[in-house]
Design a protein around this ligand. Structure first.
Ligand SMILES: [Fe+2]
Length: 302
């Protein structure tokens, strides 16, 4: 198991600014304009940034595979350490350009699972930013710099992601959840890969998939998170960008059913053979390093 201190870049900050911020509320004069300003600040802060505005967050999109890549950074840490979740080979240049423009230090390229529909950008990123470490689950039977297990915490500055095992779409799927603590982002954010999509879920007929396992994973590891936890999936095909645990518990068209009905739905999807799987899987089992050449972006896109 990866221990906290192995992944940790710095010591946690002392008690968050949350208390300092909260303590201002009762003493503010009850003037409508001031209250409006305060409420606006509260809404902005609680929706997207933790106390102290530590977290920088960007949701990025790759249109051919409808994949979301997520950039997270602790911008209050002197190094501004950052990580990318589920980068895609075709959009690595865009992602690294953004990292540079924002003055971040990319330290991790992470995958939620071994993707079958696109080539991960992790390998290309490692050739262009040599200090970056690739991360994937040990259960994926994939190669990476760091192999994580359930419960591991991945620190970037004073912030961290917790790994939760959510197999079922593939054997090695994990969900990365932002930390639980007063100095961590509120509401929490769950990067669910293909285990839980907005109003749907990933298929379970390849890569060691199991509908029974997926049902248990989502209900025990994701639906048990606070209802306001933001759900950020690896894909969306309808234009949705974010959901919440509360919404999916109520409206997910598959996972709101009982387990038997869910398994029947998954067994009768009659989906075509994934068109990229034969090319993408071997490359992704080495976190994208296998196909690299002098021009990695073009080579890996073929
Ligand atoms: Fe997938």
């Amino acid at each position: 198991m990866i221990r906290i201190n192995l992944l940790r870049l710095s010591f946690p900050s002392s008690p968050s600014n949350f208390f300092a911020f909260s303590s201002q509320i009762p003493v503010l004069p009850l003037i409508n304009r001031s209250r409006s300003r305060l409420m606006a600040k509260c809404a902005y802060t609680t929706a997207f940034e933790p106390p102290g505005k530590k977290l920088l967050f960007r949701q990025l999109f790759e249109k051919e595979s409808s994949t979301y890549t997520y950039l997270l950074a602790d911008v209050t840490h002197p190094d501004k350490p950052a990580l990318l979740i589920d980068p895609v080979d075709k959009t690595v240049e865009r992602d690294l350009s953004l990292v540079r423009e924002l003055g971040l230090k990319l330290i991790y390229a992470m995958n939620t699972h071994v993707h079958a529909d696109h080539v991960t950008g992790s390998g290309i990123i490692k050739t262009q930013v040599p200090d970056v470490k690739s991360i994937i689950s040990k259960a994926s039977n994939s190669k990476a710099d760091i192999l994580i297990e359930a419960g591991d915490k991945i620190y970037f500055g004073d912030l961290f992601l917790e790994a939760r095992a959510t197999p079922g779409h593939t054997l090695g799927c994990v969900t990365y959840v932002t930390g639980d603590g007063l100095d961590q982002p509120r509401p929490r954010m769950a990067f669910t890969g293909d285990a839980l999509l907005i109003r749907g879920c990933g298929r379970t007929d390849f890569q060691g998939g199991s509908s029974s396992q997926l049902y248990k994973s989502v209900h025990s590891q994701i639906f048990t998170l606070p209802k306001d936890t933001l759900i950020y999936p690896a894909h969306d095909y309808k234009g949705f960008t974010v959901s919440t645990v509360g919404e999916e518990v109520l409206y997910n068209s598959r996972l709101t059913k009982d387990e038997e009905t869910f398994e029947s739905i998954m067994e009768n999807l009659n989906l075509p053979y994934p068109k990229m799987i034969d090319m993408a899987l071997p490359v992704n089992l080495t976190c994208g390093l296998q196909e690299l050449t002098a021009k990695p972006v073009e080579a890996a896109s073929n």
